[in-house]
Design a protein. Structure first.
Length: 337
């Protein structure tokens, strides 16, 4: 009775639907991290993936999750493909069932006492499969310095989707951009919190500014360690946290045949930078309270023993500018921008 339907189902089993996905205007394909905690969306240029994504591994640019590249479909695309496939199959099944019903009805004997007829009420329309459109283009386009893979993200990226390389320089630039964003939007954030709780707003202001000092020094230390490590004249074993101490870091570069910090920054700039590094030490280890060690080493006389240091937006901005100036002087050509 359902010969057409059975035939159609067998045919469908043999020929899976193929729905193509379009690249965006810039030629990039949408991807999404399969790690449920992350789900970061990004885009890659298909040219660099010889046989498409099949059988290759991909890295999430944000969290570094590595998985088979065909696990990186975006939820939007899977939804759209699923909907299209369902409607398409439903249409083909409907068409076959309606043919079966017509055949059944035409075989009924008109002389019989009991008359039976079949009617199929579902849709018999088989929609055409259309390519799934790409999501909007992403502004930040990155080229991996290791494998030359081109990819696009929103905000920032740490890992190359193709080779997994994580760029210390990119992480440094990202960290500084994050600190600058915090300072730039400080008033707006504090105002929003103040509408709910005035005390919390002040704590938020202080915490955002102090974290700016802490983060800038950590970012500086990390990128300098990495830039030094890959330098051909670098000493293999250096003291822990050497680049947290400006004099030690400068000497390391000097012995590798590079400029010293004094040659890159003016005397007063270097003096202020040292002051910020000492304040970071107080914030990280002394809850911001001025100690004897700080008074002996720092050249400023703003604070007395036992006082708590105050971080202002212009301090954070100057620290960011100074570490950027120093780091830029040690970047390999082509990475300075
Ligand atoms: Zn991820
Ligand atoms: Zn790469």
């Amino acid at each position: 009775m359902f010969e057409d339907l059975m035939r159609e189902l067998k045919k469908m089993e043999r020929e899976p639907v193929r729905i193509s996905i379009e690249a965006d205007e810039d030629g990039y394909f949408d991807r999404e991290c399969p790690n449920e905690e992350c789900e970061f969306q990004f885009k890659v240029m298909l040219d660099n993936w010889e046989d498409g994504f099949e059988g290759q591994y991909m890295h999430c640019p944000l969290c570094g999750t590595m998985a088979s590249a065909d696990h990186f479909w975006t939820k939007e695309h899977l939804d759209q493909m699923g909907r299209q496939a369902t409607n398409y199959y439903a249409g083909r099944i409907g068409k076959a069932m309606s043919r079966d019903a017509r055949k059944f009805n035409s075989r009924q004997s008109r002389k019989s006492f009991i008359s039976m007829s079949l009617e199929y009420k579902g849709s018999t329309h088989v929609p055409a499969l259309v390519p799934v459109e790409a999501a909007e283009e992403m502004r930040l386009k990155i080229v991996c310095e290791e494998c030359k893979e081109r990819f696009a993200v929103i905000g920032s990226a740490f890992f190359c989707p193709k080779c997994g390389h994580s760029s210390a320089v990119r992480m440094f630039k990202d960290a500084l951009a994050k600190i600058e964003a915090k300072v730039e939007h400080l008033d707006r954030v504090v105002q929003a919190v103040a509408e709910v709780d005035k005390d919390a707003a002040e704590l938020t202001r202080r915490s955002l500014l102090e974290s700016g000092i802490l983060d800038a020094v950590v970012a500086f230390q990390r990128v300098m360690e990495e830039l030094y490590r890959v330098h051909p004249n670098a000493v293999k074993k250096i003291r822990q946290n050497a680049f947290q101490r400006l004099d030690d870091g400068s000497k390391l570069w000097q012995s590798a045949g590079q400029q010293t910090y004094c040659e890159i920054l003016s005397e007063s700039e270097l003096g202020r930078l040292k002051g910020y590094f000492q304040r970071r030490h107080l914030l990280a280890h002394k809850e911001g309270i001025v100690d004897q060690h700080y008074l002996e080493r720092s050249e400023e006389s703003t604070y007395a023993l036992g006082q708590r240091i105050v971080v202002r937006p212009e301090h954070v901005a100057e620290l960011v500018a100074l570490v950027r100036k120093l780091v830029t002087a040690y970047l390999p050509e082509g990475e300075a921008s």
